[in-house]
Design a protein around this ligand. Structure first.
Ligand SMILES: C[S@@+](CC[C@H](N)C(=O)[O-])C[C@H]1O[C@@H](n2cnc3c(N)ncnc32)[C@H](O)[C@@H]1O
Length: 281
């Protein structure tokens, strides 16, 4: 394919991930979230399962870095008619009611055409990839049939789970060496060592009704251990706050005093961030 044809074809698809297709063509993904290379394990020679792969950025990355086998598992965004579901959610927002999530698979589900897998399939073809796509939900798929993998990526999925502990227990069952978990997290000043969980019943977390929980670092580590992982290492933890500003002095202006109070108030507020941990069986 000519480079201009490749560019044009890629531009005609909606992308979640920014994927380098080669020849200087990088897809224009919606996601701003990119996991730092230092937070990812060594893929060389390892079997990898990428749960919630979407367009496959991390599956293709693992393949490029020498994984012996890569399985990309997804179902939700692959089968969902996003546009129809979004219209429904916006109607719910206007009416001030919470959506019925059962409608996803009842009214907005298109497993025959899988409109949300177009981007993955396109990248797969262009990259001449051997990544194996599997359509399935970690929560319901037959884990014996899926098998187990040295490295399991669980990136950006846990906060979508209605039953996070059950999800982590199932994650443990398919992991032999390390599970990489990236998820929404909270840090509550003064309660840094506690296992806390914030629950978002509506669209409070990024206006997405499918986002349910953000965990503190202690809660995520505790849940991983309760799920059967023996050791948990934080790779990306809470962001460090800058040192507090100098307190106002008698000559300070009213504006300076107000700014100081605002900064000190913000330092007491719950912070949200994306945590990355490695969980070892
Ligand atoms: C935020 S995306 C993360 C994509 C990719 N892993 C990454 O980190 O860039 C969430 C992924 O979780 C999957 N998922 C699985 N079950 C889900 C559910 N019940 N609700 C929403 N997303 C779900 C989606 O299909 C989607 O691929």
């Amino acid at each position: 394919m000519e480079v201009t044809d490749l560019e044009e074809a890629a531009a005609g698809i909606g992308w979640y991930h920014s994927i380098d297709l080669g020849h200087g063509v990088v897809t224009r993904g919606l996601s701003q979230n990119r996991i730092a290379a230092e937070a990812l394990p060594d893929f060389a020679g390892r079997s990898v399962l990428d749960i919630g792969a979407w367009d496959g950025l991390y599956s293709f990355l693992a393949e490029r870095q020498g994984a012996s086998r890569v399985v990309a598992l997804d179902h939700y965004v692959w089968c969902l008619d996003f546009h129809a579901r979004q219209q429904y959610w916006e109607e719910c927002e206007r009416q001030g009611i919470l959506p019925d999530h059962d409608r996803d698979e009842r009214d907005f589900w298109q497993p025959e055409t899988m409109p949300g897998r177009r981007a993955f399939d396109f990248a797969h073809k262009v990259l001449d990839s051997s990544v194996e796509p599997v359509v399935g939900d970690l929560m319901t798929i037959d884990l014996e049939a899926l098998g187990s993998f040295d490295v399991v990526l669980y990136l950006g999925v846990l906060y979508h789970m209605r039953e996070p502990l059950t999800a982590l227990r199932r994650l443990r069952r398919v992991t032999t060496e390390v599970a990489v978990i990236e998820t929404e997290a909270i840090e509550v000043p003064g309660h840094e060592d506690e296992a806390l969980c914030a629950f978002y019943p509506g669209g409070e977390l990024n206006r997405d009704y499918g986002n349910w929980y953000a965990l503190s670092e202690g809660a995520l580590a505790g849940m991983c251990r309760a799920a059967g992982f023996r050791r948990v290492e934080t790779k990306v933890g809470p962001p460090l706050l800058p040192p507090p500003p100098a307190p106002p002095i008698w000559r300070s202006s009213r504006q300076d005093r107000e700014n100081y109070e605002r900064v000190m108030r913000d330092r007491q507020a719950t912070q949200r961030y994306r945590i990355v941990v490695h969980a070892f069986p």
